[in-house]
Structures are given as C-alpha cells and as structure tokens.
Design a protein around this ligand. Structure first.
Ligand SMILES: *[C@@H]1O[C@H](CO)[C@@H](O)[C@H](O)[C@H]1NC(C)=O
Ligand SMILES: *[C@@H]1O[C@H](CO)[C@@H](O)[C@H](O)[C@H]1NC(C)=O
Ligand SMILES: *[C@@H]1O[C@H](CO)[C@@H](O)[C@H](O)[C@H]1NC(C)=O
Length: 385
C-alpha cells in the first residue's frame, strides 16, 4: 500500500515537470538561489491572533453532550432550562406548558403491529414529528418494557410513553355503580377520564388506535376550542334517532331537571359525533363522566342491542366543536378520491381480536393494503409476524 503510494508519488514528479516543460531551468534556479522568504510581519501577527482565538474557544461552555446510556450516542444540545425545541412560528402547541403535541390512545388488548402502523403514519404525515409525544394506554402499561423497547427500536427518535389502565378503570368503576358494565365501552369513555387521572395530560388529541393518519395532526392544534371541552368530527351517516328512542328523549327533555339537558327538544336526526379522533381540553371536562353516566342510566341501555352507546352523543350534544369533515374517519375501501382527501382512515390490516375481558385471538382476515405502506420495514423481525 505505502510502497505503491510512494511510487506513484515519485512518478508524479516527472509529470509535474512535464506539465511545465517550456522553461524548467529558471524555476529550479529561482528555488535554489532565493533564500527562505521572509514572512511579512503582519502575517505573523495574524497567525498569532488566530492561535489566541482558537485557544480562547476552549473556554466557551459546552453546547452539546452525548448521553452514555443512549445506544446511538447522539449529540444532544445542552439547554439551561428543560425546554423542548423552540416552537415553530405557527402556534402548534396543544399543551401550553411544554410545547409538545400530546397524542393519546387507549388499547384494550395490546397489538403492537397496529400501534406501529398508527405511530408511523402519524409521524410520517406530520411536518413536526419531533414535537409529537405519544401516550399509549395499554393493559400492562409502563411495566411492559419489552413492548416499549420494540417500539423504540422501530422509532428511535420518537417520544413514546406507555401508561397503565388501572387508575382510569378504577375511576370509571367507582363512578358507575348502577350502570351495566357490559354497556360501557372503555375505549370510548377513557379519553374523557384520562385528564383527571393524569394531571400532566390536560390538552391532547385522542385517537383510537385502529387508525391510519394521513393528514398533518398538528393542523388540529391551532384550533380554539372556545368554551367547549371537546372537538370532534360529525358523522352524518349515523343519526341520533337510530340510537335512541325519540319519544323517550322528548319525555326526558320535558320532565327531567338537570343542568345538562338541552332547553330545546333534541333534534331527532342530529348527526352523531365520531369518537375516533377527539381534541380534548381536560380543564373544561369536569362534569363529563357524571353527565355520561346519567344518560346511560336513564336510557336503560340493557334492553338495547346497539353497537354504540347514545349516552356519549347525548352528553356531547351541542357541547362540542365540530371538526371539518376531512377529519372524519373514512373507510380505506372508499373511492381513491375520498381516501386521498381524508386525513384519517381505518386500519385495514390484520389485528388481534379483543374481547371486553382482555381475552384475545389473532384475526388474520383483513380487507385492504393501506396499512402496508406504513408498516415499518423491520417490523417482522422486531414484532414477529
Ligand atoms: C331496563 O330494561 C330491562 C330490560 O328490558 C328491565 O328489566 C329493567 O327493569 C329496566 N330498568 C329500568 C330502570 O327501567
Ligand atoms: C378467556 O376466556 C375464557 C372463556 O372463553 C375464560 O375461561 C378465561 O378465563 C378468559 N381469560 C382471561 C384472561 O380473561
Ligand atoms: C414509515 O412509513 C413511511 C411511509 O410509508 C416509510 O417510508 C418509512 O420507512 C416507515 N418508517 C419506518 C420506521 O419504517
């Protein structure tokens, strides 16, 4: 190696000389005859200043460090206050306190593949993935280190936290005596309870996990909820009167005296709120659980076989900000045009079927391929197929 380098170096000399063949003599004689050139004094001075300057740089405080526990040994900037990166010009922050966009999801039975697709679609559709902070409420929560590290391997630069579900379930159980538990869909109620249990989660975006995000989630965050605690899209393919008996509703509206009952009769064909994506401001939610449970009781849902509890829609009746229709969850099987314009679609891949008791079996039947685009490349090795 070194000998070939040397030979090529020695070979170069004649070619250099050959480059200037016209007058090789004078150049040589100049080199020999001239004594060492005297550097100009001001260059001396300049060099001296440069050395002093470089020396002084050592005294500046360090601006970055590497965390020894970080396997990737990334350079992390020091900051005097524990503040996240400065918020972009647009006012993005969902949470005024820490400038992050908090995304909350609740999963009855842990399904990492579904979570991975949800996380990646949200991250890769966002313009500010660094500002997204995911909070996944799973049966094992933060005790499940294996799942946490699997997600961190797939998304090393993301902010992901796993939380347990016990505290939230406990609050619901304590408050809901007298209501048939079988009629309570925890995934539906949990987002409204989470802020009372987790004080740090006051303002957040709740997304049901079986979703693929295609829009920029940060677009939701500049929204002013005004007096409302909740924002949701309206689903006009589902109307109130197909979930609750209108005569019963009228009777309740006329006779019951609760502050949360509408002063005007309930519109029978009011659109139902879509609960798959919610913007929630916990500070304004105080009575929500009480209102929801009250409706569940008076409607006596045990004799109904509806897939969805109208108590939630009634608790939210005229009390939520309506999101634009593009945030209404669409079916990925709808026409390409619809899918292209929508911000959020249903997950259409294989998933774990989950019973209300946490029992599960893997359902291999699925109906689409939108999910594949967002399945992380390594997911089969990491999550298992
Ligand atoms: C609710 O409906 C069930 C079944 O129809 C009935 O047995 C029960 O008495 C009803 N409860 C109330 C409070 O109306
Ligand atoms: C799962 O379901 C079976 C009956 O289908 C039941 O015997 C079992 O206790 C359940 N396991 C759990 C963990 O809920
Ligand atoms: C997430 O999805 C994007 C877009 O389809 C893809 O390019 C990327 O590789 C995925 N991310 C990971 C971590 O695999």
């Amino acid at each position: 190696m070194s000998s070939s380098w040397r030979s090529s170096a020695t070979n170069r000399r004649p070619t250099q000389a050959a480059d200037t063949p016209k007058n090789p003599g004078p150049i040589h004689s100049d080199l020999i005859r001239d004594p060492n050139p005297k550097p100009k004094p001001f260059l001396h001075f300049l060099a001296f200043l440069l050395i002093i300057f470089l020396g002084l740089l050592q005294f500046l405080p360090a601006s970055h460090f590497r965390d020894p526990s970080d396997p990737l040994r990334n350079w992390v900037p020091f900051s005097s206050q524990p503040s996240p990166p400065p918020p972009p010009a647009v006012k993005l922050a969902v949470d005024e306190d820490d400038g992050m966009i908090h995304i909350v999801s609740w999963m009855q039975c842990l399904d990492l593949k579904v979570l991975a697709v949800f996380t990646n679609s949200t991250l890769s559709s966002s313009r500010y993935p660094d500002l997204l902070h995911f909070h996944f409420f799973t049966p094992q929560g933060d005790k499940d280190k294996v799942s946490f590290y699997k997600l961190k391997v797939l998304f090393p630069h993301s902010n992901i936290e796993l939380h347990g579900q016990e505290e939230v379930k406990e609050v619901i159980k304590r408050a809901s005596s007298g209501v048939e538990h079988a009629n309570l869909n925890l995934e539906e109620i949990a987002p409204f309870i989470i802020p009372s249990v987790h004080q740090s989660l006051r303002k957040f975006i709740y997304v049901s996990p079986n979703m693929i995000l295609m829009g920029r989630i940060e677009e939701l965050t500049g929204m002013d909820l005004t007096a409302h605690a909740v924002a949701a899209a309206e689903d006009c393919s589902k109307r109130l009167n197909s979930y609750a008996n209108s005569d019963v509703l009228d009777a309740i509206q006329r006779s019951a005296s609760k502050p949360w009952i509408s002063v005007t009769p309930y519109e029978k064909d009011a659109c139902m709120p879509d609960l798959s994506l919610l913007l929630i401001d916990g500070k304004k939610l105080e009575e929500f659980l009480e209102i929801f449970l009250w409706w569940s009781k008076v409607l006596n849902l045990s004799d109904r076989s509806t897939e969805r509890n109208p108590a939630m829609a009634l608790a939210l009746y005229n009390r939520y900000l309506k999101l634009s229709d593009s945030w209404l969850v669409k079916e990925p099987t709808a026409s390409v045009d619809v899918t292209k314009k929508s911000m959020i679609i249903h997950y259409d891949g294989p998933k774990i079927a989950c019973s209300g008791f946490g029992n599960y079996s893997i359902s291999r039947s699925f109906h689409g391929n939108s999910w594949m685009k967002y399945l992380p490349a390594m997911s089969n090795q990491i999550l298992g197929s």
